[in-house]
Design a protein around this ligand. Structure first.
Ligand code: ZN
Length: 76
């Protein structure tokens, strides 16, 4: 599938780290499965991944730390 932004690049599956900010807290979610354009670096996630990412972030925020780092485990 060609990139919808630059129209030249091709999306490649890649694990990335995503930083989410809520109120005054920062959650870094590591190993998020995504597709990254090899030309412009545009990054896309499936809606299921976004859902899991936010669930992890919400759990981390409940701990009350200003900065949390969580790993996303890939579904078996
Ligand atoms: Zn691109």
């Amino acid at each position: 599938m060609n990139c919808w932004k630059c129209h030249h690049g091709v999306y490649k599956a890649q694990k990335v780290n995503v930083k989410l900010e809520r109120n005054n807290s920062i959650v870094i979610v590591k190993n998020v499965p995504s597709k990254v354009c090899d030309e412009c670096g545009d990054t896309t996630y499936t809606s299921k991944t976004v859902e899991r990412m936010h669930k992890l972030a919400n759990n981390a925020l409940e701990n009350g730390f200003e900065i949390s780092v969580v790993q996303m485990k890939t579904a078996a």
